[in-house]
Design a protein around this ligand. Sequence first.
Ligand code: NAD
Length: 268
Amino acid sequence: MFKKVAFIGAGAIAESMITGILARHILEPQQIWLTNRSNKQRLETLRDCFEVSVSEQTEHVIQNADLIILSVKPKDISEVLFSIKDKLQENQVILSVLAGVSTDYISEQLALANPVIRAMPNTSAAIGLSATAIAAGRHATPDHLQQVSHLLRAIGTTVSVQENALHAITGLSGSGPAYIYYLVEAMEEAASHINLDTRVAKDLILQTLIGAAEMLRSSSETPRLLRRKITSPGGTTQAGISVLEDYHFQEGLIAAIQAATKRSEELG
Ligand code: NAD
């Protein structure tokens, strides 16, 4: 297992990962180091909250780290890679959680033989329920992948994939929570049109979502069969589903996921 883990970029995803890693005792606070750009206050807040080590000097943070996690926005990655390339030690594993940035790009910018692994989590990482896909890049062995996967299980489930699947995964599960929030927005809006109390409606929608998710998880039946079983001909659900069909609801969602996938390809 990793002895020292360094995060470059102390934003939302770094905080989620640290929360999960410490909650599940995968690492002790003194094994985690963190740096950020021009936001000393943020570093101090995270240090006080998690008792991890922080420094404004990237060089200091990555020194002797056996895993370096790149958790900056894609627009900042070239600057980060340029700043660390002369300071990396052999065998330091690089894990990138950046959307759209390939492991080849990282390896080429570094011009080094360090193992590079890429992960695509989603925002449910903040509560330990991310659906995370990971892919091995150059020089990464199954052992490296297994160690990183163990670490990432701190923020949810993990699945290993070929890197070329990551654009589609970004479109499907990376952006996925937003599609569900969008659906809930519409259900809340509908509740106001049918004169339901907002607070009562919110509770009912939430529990409906949790119940349906749990049915999908625990049942051996397909989503289509689960739906058909509660859609009696001439009944209320049938009346609602017919309108969703008229509005091409499924086609809209398919097109949305395809568009998000294409956007990820364009960013990469
Ligand atoms: P964020 O903006 O909250 O955090 C990025 C941090 O990087 C900032 O605090 C910034 O100060 C720091 N930074 C920028 N340049 C730096 C540099 N040169 N050296 C050190 N630190 C630097 O962003 P985030 O939401 O944490 O996302 C980070 C990455 O994670 C993105 O590339 C995003 O695609 C990916 N990601 C995030 C999520 C998520 O749930 N938030 C999910 C999937 C992927």
